[in-house]
Design a protein. Structure first.
Length: 116
């Protein structure tokens, strides 16, 4: 099997190569999809095509009824995203919860709530 090394790199500086991953969002199983995986930090990046497909499916399930626009604000050297109350309620996220933040595409950042 020939590994296809991609010309662009991960944010960590690691090399990306084509791989496959089981994609699941909002509890919906999308099955095995093509992705790019970093050989250094194991970050997985989905193609815009796969992200579009996920978006279509999620729209069908009306989860995007919760979608809100938010403006980025600033606090010191960090940027701050305010989470609208509807999404706070839906996700159960609370003040001071720990979250993991990672890019899942050039224009998408996922936030995963760690504490429960
Ligand atoms: Zn990386």
């Amino acid at each position: 099997m020939v590994e296809e090394i991609l010309s662009y790199k991960c944010n960590c500086g690691g090399i990306l190569k084509k791989s496959h991953t089981n994609v699941e969002f909002f509890g919906i199983d999308f099955g095995i999809k093509e992705c790019e995986v970093c050989t250094k930090c194991d970050s997985e990046y989905l193609s815009d095509e796969v992200l579009d497909e996920i978006e279509q499916e999620v729209k069908k399930k009306k989860l995007f009824g919760l979608e809100k626009q938010a403006q980025i604000t600033k606090s010191g050297n960090s940027l701050v995203v305010r989470i609208p109350p509807e999404i706070v309620k839906f996700s159960g996220i609370r003040y001071k919860d720990l979250v993991r933040i990672y890019p899942i595409g050039k224009k998408k950042i996922e936030l995963e709530i760690e504490s429960d």
